[in-house]
Design a protein around this ligand. Sequence first.
Ligand code: SF4
Ligand code: SF4
Length: 723
Amino acid sequence: MVLALASSETRPVFWHFTVGLRITWYVLAVTSVLVFAYGVARPIVKWRRGHGGSWPPVPWPEVPGRLVNGLKLLFSHVTISRRDRVAGWGHRAIFFGFMILFAGTVVLGFDTDFTTPVFGWNYFHGPFYLAYKEALNVFGTALVLGLLVMMVRRAVIRPAKLNYARPDRQADEPQFNRRVYSIGDWVFVGVLLVIALTGFLLEGVRIAMDHPGYAGTQFGGWLVAQLLTGVSYGTLGGLRHGLWWFHGLLAITFVSSIPYTKATHMLTSYLSLSFRNPTAARRLAPIPPERADEKAGYGSLADFSPLHLMHLDACTKCGRCHEACPANASGRPLSPRDVILELREQANAAFSGTSVGGVLGGLLAGQANGNGNGFSESVFGVGRVHEETIWACTQCNACVEICPVGIEQAPIINQLRRRLTEEGELDSLLQSTLQTIHKSGNSFGENRRRRGRWTRELDFEIKDARKEPVDLLWFVGDYASFDPRSQEVTRSLARILHRAGIDFGILFDGERNAGNDVRRVGEEGLFEALAQENIEAISACEFNRILTSDPHSLNTLRNEYPQLGAEWTVVHHTELLRELLQAGRLPLAGPLSYRVTYHDPCHLGRLNGEYDNPRAIMELLGCNLVEMRRCRDNSFCCGAGGGRIWIPEAPGKERMSEIRIREALEIPGVELFVVACPKDVTMYEDAIKTSGNSERIRLREVTELVEEAMAPQEAAAEPVPAG
Ligand code: SF4
Ligand code: SF4
């Protein structure tokens, strides 16, 4: 009996509909699909206006694999949950709730419009229908809960990252607070909530009419049915019709509006995640040979790559990059979110005049028509992207690393800098530093013959790797070679290597600035010239690995020199020191037992994924390492990167390095601020002094800790094993 009931259980889709009403519904549904499809085509044509114009932005054979990877990221929600579990779970509930409800509508439509009329096969009844109903009930509830979480977050918790006020605009400027974005967000969640709730209402009315004594698991529908107890059958019927049309029209309007509203991120974020380049920030794109005669970088939207134009549309305004950006946190006029949104607004305005014919023509043409429709206007200027915004960036990559949809904010900013640099729109001190590097091969303006002078205070000779083979070729870098405080660390490292019996040598005056930061300033020509000189000098040497203590040099030697045909194994000194300690080649006198904290350099951590070696060293030395609030991939930039070390700070602003020292001092009893980068040595020695904390915390480079822990030479006959 139960089986018989279950097998007949179903629900009519068009309850008491006349033929005219059915036709009206189908006409509206098809119109909505066409409006949706046109909305999807428009941005593709817009992205094709970028330089090169091809779409998709990767070769066709790569597309299926990319799309599958994108799906994995999307369904796992790993990028959305990072450092924000509330948003992660809220979004998961909305995403899966919406997807299952949407899939449920498709399944129902397939039965109603295809299998039943074509094959006479109606599967929408019995156990299948009951399971379907339960699934939609559960996921509909999840959708409602997820939307409520997001609403509470926006209205009650109000995290700073969801405040759309722009740090690059004054409070009285019209673009300052972007109220229209907040309204759009509320409309988006509000409409979805109404769609979900009217679905439950409709189900409740149906239960009240067809199963008045219902006591199943459809909680939402049951609750509504209880509230309707006593309402006449006729009134319920009218309500059922009214709700059906309201719910249905809202749903198809929502679908058709997806490509035109905030909901577009449902499509663009997936594409962005699928086609992103995970190495984009550590390996900046070279200038393509076919553009060698054109102006470098991005000056107008027509210069953007189609991928970067697509990134602009993928931004969900989640504000994570805005929150992570050290420039924004320290009061500079930069928010990576606002750079992306500003450029998006410009692109939309430039494309807004494109007619339906223009879109269809652009879709059919394999290649874009490049300039035109405002795409060739400068992106810089009053009310547009401000130059000071672009120069505030330290290229620390915190934005790229946290963006849940894979947008390349830092590489886009780098492209904008290339154009500004080419046009001479840069700080005069930065310009003169670049000229100095060009002339002398180093940022200190020192005679290149003095590069190896730091070795004079050692009581042993360092090999010239240009004259004899070595196991390790040590690329010292500018700061470690010339800055007096960093020279102490450099000599310390040399003494350790010497005592460990490492066969190493340096290039002396054959070395040039590695070019990493020159490239991040946007001076691509000078970068290539420096890299070529280094490649020539290094290629003439015989060695097994390159060693460097400078994460900036490490990044470009390891990741960017291969673009110029030079590929070597490049290790950071923390990797080597860990190896030596673990192999027992550095005899220790005993544990150091300092209470320390460690600052991850952006170029070693975020850009190259090396977090563990320095920490392992401190553990082997017996230090008590306590992490700062922001550590590892969430480390806070010292402010030196991207050429910022060569640009004077605006007076009255707190420095990023001082903010970081304050953060370290939140740790009770911390004694040492440990770093693993010569630029960090400079930045933080200075910040400890300028913030008046010389009595409270001292700076140590990892190398200095190792040397301090080592047994004196004469006592080394009986070494204490590491760890
Ligand atoms: S790279 Fe760093 S400083 Fe530049 S926009 Fe991104 S987070 Fe801000
Ligand atoms: S660029 Fe990425 S991280 Fe920044 S607001 Fe947009 S989606 Fe969020």
